[in-house]
Structures are given as structure tokens and as C-alpha cells.
Design a protein around this ligand. Sequence first.
Ligand code: NCD
Length: 316
Amino acid sequence: MRHLISVEHDLDRARIERIVELATSFEEVGNRPIKKVPALRGRTVLNLFYEVSTRTRSSFELAAKRLSADVVNFAASGSSVEKGESLKDTVLTLNAHKPDAIVVRTPWAGSADLVARWSGAAVVNAGDGKHEHPTQALLDVYTLVRKLGALDGANIWIVGDILHSRVARSNILAFQRMGANVTVAGPPTLIPRDLEKLGCTVRYDIEDLREADVVYALRMQNERIDQPFLPSLREYAKRFQVNGRNLGPRQVLMHPGPVNRGVELSGEVVDSPQAVITAQVEGGVVVRMAVLYELLEGASAPDGAQRTLPTQALHA
Ligand code: NCD
């Protein structure tokens, strides 16, 4: 794997399993007093964020640092982007720092792929507009494998604003590749036409939500909504909010964050023991360590480096 741009083109089941396995082997590093291994010493990871981020950006930074890479954080605000520099010119400029990996988030679908063409670095898509967010899908698979053992045959319902969600697209594909049955549910105006072509079931209500083993709620993506898709958030919450009345005690509840409490989820279910939202964030660090390691040190790394067993890297 040279880049990680999309689940669609870059991740088959074997690759997903390999990353989950690697992530599991990195867990132990987070429990050490000194949470660092020398696996990527001397490598440079550039975080290029054109959109706000709490979880994704901090966990990529932590992941790179735990592997001993040097990290450069670039946020569009406060940079020459505000003076009109284009994404291409910014990437060409930052190439001068010779990054080994670029982690990129932008509001534009397809931008991660362009960055991969403009730079010699390995590129990780940390969210490109409404298109994909592959590391979110990987950390969600990882969280579920830890919780359920395997995803084969599991019924996963993804509920909410599917139309504007890059997480929905990546997760539908990744969950299915891992053997799960995926149902998406939301108001008709927030579900893309022809979504069934991806192999999932589409529902316009959540009356049968109890069929789900896993309920994955999505945030209402206000920043991407430029037309009135809904009468109001209150109306949405009335019909689609996951709460104590429609969620059973054995169902696993997930959300990529940030949560709008009182909209897609009620506060009580966010704080309930069945919510694995914090475990998802924890999994984000080890999964991103695994992705960076796989891209820079794996069998297909650009310099043809031999695949080192992570255990060797951990103790080098
Ligand atoms: C998501 C994103 O930005 O795509 N958040 C995340 O990365 N954890 C989902 C969202 O913003 O709703």
C-alpha cells in the first residue's frame, strides 16, 4: 500500500485485517511509562488540515510521535492559505521539507488523491469533503473487532445524515468487506440516490432499530448543508434520534464524534455503558500508528524496505 486514500480502492479484507492486527500489537506501547518506540525515527509526518478537527488531528499527531517520527502540523488558518495560496502551491512548498507522509483533511472531495500526485510522500486521507475517511472506518472496525470478536454476520445500522457524511461512505464499505450486513437509515433527503448499489439496505425510519447489533449514529453535518434538507433539527430528532426509548441494552452504540447531544443522540445514551465512543477515540491512535507504520515500513513501502515485524520495531 503506497497511499491510503479510500476504502473503496485501497482496502480489501486482508489489508483491513492486517492493520487491525498491527494496531493490536501497538496497544501495549500506550501502556508503557514512556509511550514511544523507535519504529519511524528520522521520518517526517506532515499534518495538513484545512478543516477543523479534534480527534483525527490529535490522534494522528500522537500516533506519529509514539512511533518517534518528527511531526509538522500545518493548519490552513494562520498560514499563507489565508493570503490565497492554493492547495497545490501549498503542497509544493511543503514538499521542500521532504515529508515521508502527508496526512491531509480538506472540504474538497478528491483532494487527497491530488496531493498524492503532487508529492512524493505517502498520503493518508483524513477526510476529503463528502468522499471518504478511511482511517475512521479502520478504527471503527478495530473497535468492533475488540468488542464483538468479528463482524461476520453482524447487523450494523448507520443512522443520520448519510448524504453529507464521508464516514458513512467509508464505513459502509469497510463493514461490508468485513462480513457485516449494513442498513442505513435517515430522512429521504439525506440519503443519496442509488445507495443500495453499495450493497446496503436503505430505510427511511428507525422503527426496526432493535434488529441492529450495532447502532452507528452520525452527526448532522450542518457545515455541508447548503439547502434546506429538513424542516428543523427538532423534527429530525423526533423521528431519528437514538435514545433510551429505541435503543436496547444489548446494542452497541457508536458515533465518530463530535456528537450533537439532543439531536442525533440523547445525552443518556451517550453516557451509557453501551456507548463505545471513547473506545473509538482510543482505537484511533493505535490504528493510525498501524497505518503510518504500514505505509512507511510495510512490504510495499516506496524504498522497498523489508517488512519488519512490529515486535522487532518495538524493541529495537
Ligand atoms: C467526522 C469527520 O470530520 O468526518 N469526525 C471525525 O473525523 N471523527 C465526522 C463529523 O464531523 O461528523
